[in-house]
Design a protein around this ligand. Structure first.
Ligand code: 2DT
Ligand code: MG
Length: 220
């Protein structure tokens, strides 16, 4: 793989769509196939900002919505450019669990925010090569039990977030692939693996500039 850049793959979806299981399986499969692959989860909790966000999600602290949104974005800015940029250049593929799309949809699902306002703080972050949206009806997502006590784990809120995801999907259809997550773990994994391998193949000889954008989100 020397000389080829890595690929930036993002998995998104409503809660309980199976993102964590699929992310982990994908990284293992890629490594077994001799790709250099790493998993990155957002919020990324190793930093002070990440810890603050976890306290917020666990309802241990309260914050205004604008501040929270800017902190989620700051959490990406503090991790992504230094970590991903260098490693993509070295040929690592990154599998990212939630990215700017969760940021935008979870805040836009609050009635006072427009999608356009929400997109601005993330302008300039690396553009993913592939965004996989795990599609699952909420009724199915909660079939094995309701949501937890975490902030946002509420049916009405998740419905609104799903609506915002769908709106984004229409705008960004080139890099989004919708994956039917109501099938078996293995079937879903197989489709995700195939789409990721295709993206790795397609991006290997592209310059990194395509992923890093030039000061703006090409997709917005
Ligand atoms: P999970 O651990 O279930 O993925 O929950 N979130 C995440 C935001 O509101 N904005 C963001 O930018 C990101 C990355 C979605 C994480 C929760 O954090 C929310 C669910
Ligand atoms: Mg959750």
């Amino acid at each position: 793989m020397a000389g080829q850049r890595g690929t930036l793959v993002v998995l998104e979806g409503v809660d309980r769509a199976g993102k964590s299981t699929q992310n982990r399986k994908l990284v293992v499969t890629l490594c077994v196939a001799s790709h250099r692959a790493e998993l990155l989860l957002f919020p990324e909790i190793s930093t002070e900002i990440g810890k603050l966000l976890i306290s917020y999600l666990e309802k241990k602290i309260e914050m205004g919505d604008h501040s929270v949104y800017l902190l989620f974005s700051a959490n990406r800015w503090e991790r992504v450019p230094c970590l991903i940029r260098d490693k993509l250049d070295q040929g690592f593929t990154f599998v990212v669990d939630r990215y700017v799309f969760s940021g935008v949809t979870f805040i836009a699902a609050k009635e006072s925010f427009s999608l356009d306002w929400c997109k601005q703080p993330d302008v300039g972050l690396p553009t993913p090569d592939l965004v996989l949206f795990l599609q699952l009806q909420l009724a199915e997502a909660t079939r094995c039990g309701g949501f937890d006590q975490e902030r946002y784990e509420d049916r009405d809120f998740q419905e609104r977030a799903l609506g915002c995801f769908q709106q984004l999907m229409q705008d960004l259809s080139l890099v989004w692939k919708t994956v039917n997550a109501s099938r078996s773990i293995e079937d879903v994994h197989e489709e995700i693996r195939t789409l990721t391998e295709e993206a790795i193949h397609a991006t290997a000889h592209q310059s990194l500039g395509a992923a890093l954008g030039v000061g703006a989100w090409a997709m917005w």
